[in-house]
Design a protein around this ligand. Structure first.
Ligand SMILES: Nc1ncnc2c1ncn2[C@@H]1O[C@H](COP(=O)(O)OP(=O)(O)OP(=O)(O)O)[C@@H](O)[C@H]1O
Ligand SMILES: Cc1ncc(CO)c(N)n1
Length: 480
């Protein structure tokens, strides 16, 4: 995945027979992130998605025997430590760690998601903390390691994380998943302060069993490949987000089910559906713009409509150039032809229609128009990103075109414009544009996928501003 040799990642953790947490989650997360997974079992648990019914710790000697079997034979590139069960296991792991030189991600597992205790005595963990490169406590574990009350806010959690990092000369990954709020923030914190913070929206699912195990294993694996904790965290968090996002596709138990570790490989969630859902709020905003409601009912002032059209004519000319650029970058003949034809259709068709409405004379581009076309131009560093940026112009117009067309009637003042985006040809072109973006997404690596998603979201934001611009202060750039 990272392009280099496959790294060997060791998980030292407990077993979860239901497969969602512990070593089972670790091995899946390591594999899904391109590592070779190994595991030393510290404890057996009897658990399922509803809770833990029994724990059987492995004796310290046998834990050590497993550890030594591996280190005597295999180069270990990173270690993730999870459930340790009791002081005897911790002593065995601690002694062995002195004999190896590998980065350690320590997930101080104390209590399962279900609320069940997984460590006999929390104080015994202290001796291990100095050896960790990164400690990844949830809010309760963080407070417990400091013997303080749990943080009630994110700034408090960051302060505690900094305190713990300073105390042990390690990094701390503060996890905000347990705070209320629409976002789930995580931050990598050193003794000096926050190094990086990444947030994602809170996903609406009860299937979050093993999220902590999965994140820490992905982090260890991605660090072994990159040597950079911040980059590794960014990727690990994005991976976990996709795995949680696809968790409901699995059918495991009736409590807190596992995340979908191999969603990237086997998920049946169409990434384009997910993008479309992510711009639901922006689509609602467009529907509610006065410009759109008045365009639909025909009460829109002619001057507003002309202002929009003049800007759109300027936009379309530049947009046609961008489509030609997509054609030049296209990976195959079909795509090359599609984008070139689309450019030509805009120049021959849509732009003519706009001009037919407009009075003589050319308008100056507005700040909003320039912003949008500059975003398109700035997305041209790769074909995939460029066509992701292009897509909202098709998709949003097709979507809104349907609603506007159903409001059309013989006497409608903007009759001719209202039918433009509701044609079967436009439907077909939009479908093909979507499927080309989907194909490019399938072939893209994680970083490029994220840049594609951002380019798509940004263009959608520009579309809202563009529709609304006749109503805003009309800032224009008349110098050229
Ligand atoms: N509903 C959710 N949507 C998005 N991300 C989530 C959600 N729930 C948890 N996460 C993410 O999962 C990661 C683990 O978070 P959490 O704070 O729950 O750790 P944990 O308690 O150690 O996990 P575990 O439940 O496995 O013990 C964090 O990155 C958090 O942001
Ligand atoms: C074995 C094991 N390790 C960690 C967790 C934390 O979720 C769990 N539930 N089970």
């Amino acid at each position: 995945m990272g392009g280099g040799p496959v790294k060997n990642i060791l998980s030292i953790a407990g077993s979860d027979p239901s497969g969602g947490a512990g070593i089972q989650a670790d091995l899946k997360a390591i594999a899904a992130n391109g590592g070779y997974g190994m595991c030393v079992i510290t404890a057996l648990t009897a658990q399922n998605t509803q809770g833990v019914s029994a724990v059987q710790a492995i004796g310290g000697e046998f834990v050590l025997a497993q550890l030594e079997a591996i280190s005597a034979d295999v180069q270990i590139d990173a270690i993730k430590i999870g459930m340790l069960a009791n002081a005897e296991v911790i002593r065995a792991v601690n002694g062995w760690l002195d004999t190896v030189d590998a980065p350690v991600v320590l997930d101080p597992v104390m209590v399962a998601t279900s609320g069940d205790r997984l460590l006999e005595d929390e104080a015994v963990l202290d001796s291990l903390l100095d050896r960790a490169s990164v400690i990844t406590p949830n809010l309760l574990e963080l407070a417990s390691l400091l013997r303080e009350p749990a943080a009630a806010s994110w700034p408090q959690a960051l302060e505690q994380a900094q305190c713990l990092a300073a105390k042990h000369g390690s990094l701390v990954l503060a996890k905000g998943g347990h705070l209320a709020g629409e976002l789930c923030p995580d931050a990598l914190v050193s003794g000096e302060g926050v190094l990086a913070e990444f947030s994602n929206p809170r996903l609406d699912t009860k299937n979050t069993h093993g999220t902590g195990c999965t994140l820490s294993s992905a982090l260890a694996t991605l660090f072994a490949a990159s040597g950079d904790w911040v980059c590794a965290l960014e990727k690990a968090k994005a991976y976990l987000f996709r795995a949680i996002g696809a968790a409901d596709e699995l059918n495991v138990g009736s409590g807190h089910g596992p995340v979908n570790h191999f969603a990237d490989f086997f998920s049946d969630t169409d990434p384009m559906d997910s993008w479309w859902q992510q711009i639901q709020g922006l689509r609602d905003s467009i529907d509610n713009l006065e410009f759109i409601t008045q365009l639909a009912d025909g009460t829109l002032a002619e001057t507003d409509f002309e202002y929009y059209l003049a800007q759109d004519a300027l936009y379309l000319q530049r947009y046609a150039q961008v489509l030609s650029e997509a054609s030049a970058l296209a990976p195959d003949l079909e795509a090359q032809r599609f984008w070139a034809n689309s450019a030509s259709e805009i120049l021959e068709g849509e732009l003519q229609l706009h001009r037919s409405y407009l009075a003589e004379g050319t308008a100056n581009p507005s700040a909003i128009t320039l912003n949008y076309v500059n975003h398109l131009a700035a997305s041209a560093s790769s074909y995939a990103e460029l066509i992701a940026a292009i897509l909202p112009c098709y998709w949003l117009y097709q979507d809104i075109g349907k609603r506007l067309a159903s409001a059309n009637h013989q006497a409608h003042p903007y009759k001719q414009w209202l039918v433009t985006y509701a044609s079967e040809e436009f439907d077909r072109a939009t479908e093909r544009a979507i499927s080309m973006v989907r194909e490019a997404w399938k072939q893209a690596d994680d970083g490029l996928r994220e840049r594609m998603r951002v380019a798509f979201m940004r263009s959608s934001e520009h579309e809202v501003a563009f529709f609304d611009q006749a109503r805003q202060n009309r800032v224009e750039f008349p110098t050229v």
